[in-house]
Write a protein that binds this ligand. Structure first.
Ligand SMILES: [Zn+2]
Length: 212
């Protein structure tokens, strides 16, 4: 049973209109009563919700904004809000802008909103691994052996060769700059399959890496 399931069973109007939780809300309890668990989960949810608000947003908790027509929908709304509050990053947009700049991409003012728009087009039924690799690439967090060597202590020379083609090394530089022929072929096959030209020139990228 998760926190959202329990929080959805509380009377969220108890917290309506508050901007911060009282100090006592953080006190732990050894109670095994389900009513206490429900209350604590709802309290955690309200705390998470308030923490996830931006400066320009209404600083109050509004129960009516969370409560849906059915308990199942309310639970889902709480769950979604939990995920958002846990994962969102207040300076996300400026961070994305800085990362795009670091890659030398030409930046217009609407580049970041445009990118959000682009990701919004992704089908909700898209396999998570497709979505994941796109985010990992954007945030420079793809797990390659070249990157992991800083953790594993492997020397630069001992980094494993590319797992796809056996040449060079398992690194972003190899995989996403057009050096890996397997990736180039896969990209071409995908491009033909979806009937969209993904070449750097058409995508307005300076090179293969930018258009990835
Ligand atoms: Zn390769």
């Amino acid at each position: 049973m998760n926190v959202a399931t329990l929080a959805a069973q509380a009377d969220l109007y108890q917290w309506d209109g508050i901007t911060r939780l009282p100090e006592t809300a953080n006190q732990t309890s050894n109670s095994m009563l389900i009513t206490d668990h429900i209350h604590q989960c709802a309290s955690d949810f309200v705390c998470s919700h308030l923490g996830g608000l931006y400066d320009h947003e209404d600083p109050k908790f509004h129960a009516a904004n969370v409560i849906e027509k059915t308990p199942a929908r309310t639970r889902r709304a709480i769950y979604k809000r939990f995920v958002y509050c846990e994962l969102h990053y207040t300076h996300q947009d400026s961070d994305i802008q800085a990362k795009l700049q670091l890659r030398g991409l030409p930046l217009a003012d609407d580049a970041v909103p445009w990118m959000h728009q682009h990701f919004r087009f992704m089908s909700s039924r898209l396999q998570p691994n497709y979505r994941n690799i796109q985010f990992d690439l954007l945030f420079n967090s793809l797990s390659t052996d070249r990157r992991y060597r800083h953790v594993s202590g492997t020397s630069k020379q001992a980094v494993h060769a590319c797992y796809l083609c056996g040449l060079e090394d398992d690194s972003i530089g190899h995989l996403f700059t057009g050096a890996c022929l397997v990736v180039v072929q896969a990209r071409r096959a995908y491009s033909n399959h979806v009937n969209i030209d993904l070449s750097p020139a058409v995508l307005h990228g300076a090179d293969f890496h930018h258009s990835s």
